[in-house]
Write a protein that binds this ligand. Structure first.
Ligand code: UD1
Ligand code: PEP
Length: 422
C-alpha cells in the first residue's frame, strides 16, 4: 500500500490547475447508459473512482474510449449485462447510480447493495422508494437490488431527506419515464445541476434543477451529446485550506468559484485573502489563521466533504472553534489522527471542539476515508518535521495527482510505493 511522506513547514507558492469534479463525473458517466448514441465527455478527472466506474460500465457492455487525458467517449448501443456486481460496488458506493438509468432504459437491473461505509451507514432506501413510486418492482435478493419495470411512470416523489445521489438516480430514471415526475426536497448541489445540464443536451425535458423541486417531463428516447464536467469544488477548497494553514500565495485555475460560496466565505473569515474571477482564485495567507465555526449542511450550506480539511486548518488557528457534522454519523475519524500530530480536539457526539495550537509535529498517521486523508495532508504540510500518511488509497479515490500538484506549489511531499520506491 502506498504512503505519503511529507516534510512540513514550507509555505505554498505557485499555480495549480483544478481537475473535473469526481461527484459530477460519476453520475454523468452513468447517464451514458440512457442512450444508444455516443456521449463525449471532457474534463473527466483521472481518479480511482472514475476507473472503477469505467470498469463497471465496460463490464455492462458500454464501449469506453479513453484518450488517456480528460476525454472519455461512452457508447451504450447494446449491453451484455444488467448487473453491477458486489466486487465493484463495494469499492465505490456511487456504483448505485447505474440503477436508475438501467431500469429506465432496459426495464431491469440487478445492482449490489453498497453496504456500510466508514463515514456512516448510508442506506439507499430513498433511491429504492423513489423507483418504486415510478412503478418499478423492487426486491432485495442475495444482497442485490433487483428492479423490474415495463416503462416507468412519472410520479411526485418527496424524499425523507435531501440525498445527492438519490436525486441523481431518480432524475436519470425519470427522464425516460412516461409523463411528468416531480422531485421534491431535491438536492441542489452543483453536481446535480451539471448532470441535469448533460441530460438536457441529450434531449431530456428538465426544469427546476438547482432548486429543491425538479420537474421532469419524460421523453421516448435520448440521444448523444458532448459535455464538459464541472470543476471540482472540493479539490479546490482542499488546496485553499492547505495554503490557509501553511501561509503563502497560490493561484488555482479551472475552478468555478460560483459553486464555492460557503467554503470561500469561511476561508475569508479565517483570514485568507481571496481574489476571484469567473474561473480562477488567487489566495494569499499572511500570519496565523483565525478559528472558524463550521456546521455542515446540504448545498448551498457548508459541504460535509470540506469538514475534515477545515478541521485541519482550525487545529493551527488562533482561538477555539466548534465543528458540527450534521450529514454523516461517523465523519470525525480524522480527529484521532490529527491529535497524533499534536492537535487539541474534543468530540461530543456530532460536535468537535478544536482549540488551536501554535504548531503541530510530524508523526505517522493513517488515512481512514477520502476527506480524512486530505485533512492529514494539510496538517502534515503545516507540521514540523516528517509526517507519514498510510492507506492513501483513500486519497487516490478522489484527488488527481495531489502530491504532484502540491510539489508544483513547493511542498516537500513524496509517494512511497508499496515496493519501496518513491
Ligand atoms: C458520489 C457523491 O456524489 N457522493 C457525495 C454524495 O453522497 P450520497 O449521495 O451518498 O449522500 P446523500 O446525500 O445521499 O446522504 C445524505 C444523508 O442521507 C442519508 N440517506 C441517503 C440516501 C438514502 O437513501 N437514505 C439515507 O438515509 C445518508 O446516510 C446521509 O446521512 O453526497 C454527500 C453529501 O453531500 C457527499 O458527502 C458525497 O461526497
Ligand atoms: C464521501 C465522498 O464520496 P463518496 O460518496 O463517493 O463516498 C466524498 O467525495 O467526500
Amino acid at each position: 500500500m502506498d504512503r505519503l511522506l511529507i516534510t512540513g513547514g514550507k509555505p505554498l507558492v505557485g499555480e495549480v490547475e483544478i481537475s473535473g469534479a469526481k461527484n459530477a463525473a460519476l453520475p454523468i458517466l452513468c447517464a451514458a447508459l440512457l442512450t444508444a448514441d455516443t456521449v463525449a465527455l471532457a474534463n473527466v478527472p483521472r481518479l480511482k473512482d472514475v476507473d472503477t466506474m469505467l470498469s463497471l460500465l465496460a463490464q455492462l457492455g458500454v464501449k469506453v474510449k479513453h484518450d488517456g487525458q480528460a476525454g472519455v467517449e461512452l457508447t451504450a448501443s447494446s449491453l451484455d449485462s444488467l448487473q453491477a456486481p458486489y466486487e465493484l460496488v463495494k469499492t465505490m458506493r456511487a456504483s448505485i447510480l447505474v440503477l436508475g438509468p438501467l431500469v429506465a432504459r432496459f426495464g431491469q437491473a440487478r445492482v449490489s447493495l453498497p453496504g456500510g461505509c466508514a463515514i456512516g451507514q448510508r442506506p439507499v432506501d430513498q433511491h429504492i422508494r423513489g423507483l418504486q413510486a415510478l412503478g418499478a418492482e423492487i426486491t432485495i435478493e442475495h444482497g442485490y437490488v433487483v428492479a423490474k419495470a415495463k416503462r416507468l411512470k412519472g410520479a411526485v416523489i418527496r424524499t425523507d431527506m435531501v440525498t445527492v445521489t438519490g436525486t441523481e438516480n431518480l432524475l436519470m430514471a425519470a427522464v425516460l419515464a412516461e409523463g411528468t415526475t416531480v422531485l421534491e426536497n431535491a438536492a441542489r448541489e452543483p453536481e446535480v445541476v451539471d448532470l441535469a445540464e448533460l441530460l438536457i443536451k441529450m434531449g431530456a425535458d428538465i426544469s427546476g434543477h438547482g432548486t429543491d423541486r425538479i420537474v421532469i417531463r419524460g421523453v421516448e428516447r435520448l440521444h448523444g451529446a458532448q459535455h464538459e464536467v464541472m470543476p471540482d469544488r472540493i479539490e479546490a477548497g482542499s488546496f485553499l485550506c492547505a495554503v490557509a494553514a501553511t501561509g503563502g500565495q497560490i493561484r488555482l485555475g479551472g475552478v468555478a468559484p460560483s459553486t464555492m460560496g460557503a467554503t470561500l466565505s469561511k476561508l475569508a473569515q479565517a483570514g485568507l485573502q481571496l481574489e476571484v474571477s469567473d474561473d480562477s482564485i488567487q489566495a494569499t495567507m499572511q500570519g496565523r489563521p483565525k478559528s472558524v465555526d463550521i456546521r455542515t449542511h446540504e448545498y448551498p450550506g457548508f459541504a460535509t466533504d470540506m469538514q475534515a480539511q477545515f478541521m485541519a486548518l482550525n487545529t493551527v488557528a488562533q482561538g477555539t472553534s466548534i465543528v458540527v457534522e450534521t450529514i454523516f454519523e461517523n465523519r470525525f475519524m480524522h480527529v484521532q489522527e490529527l491529535i497524533r500530530l499534536g492537535a487539541d480536539i474534543e468530540i461530543d457526539g456530532h460536535t468537535a471542539v478544536v482549540r488551536g495550537v501554535p504548531s503541530l509535529s510530524g508523526a505517522t498517521v493513517m488515512a481512514t476515508d477520502l476527506r480524512a486523508s486530505a485533512s492529514l495532508v494539510i496538517a502534515g504540510l503545516k507540521a514540523e518535521g516528517q509526517t507519514v500518511i498510510e492507506r492513501i488509497y483513500h486519497l487516490d479515490r478522489g484527488y488527481t495527482n495531489m502530491e504532484i500538484k502540491l510539489r508544483q506549489l513547493g511542498a516537500q511531499i513524496e509517494r512511497i510505493s508499496s515496493r519501496g520506491q518513491a
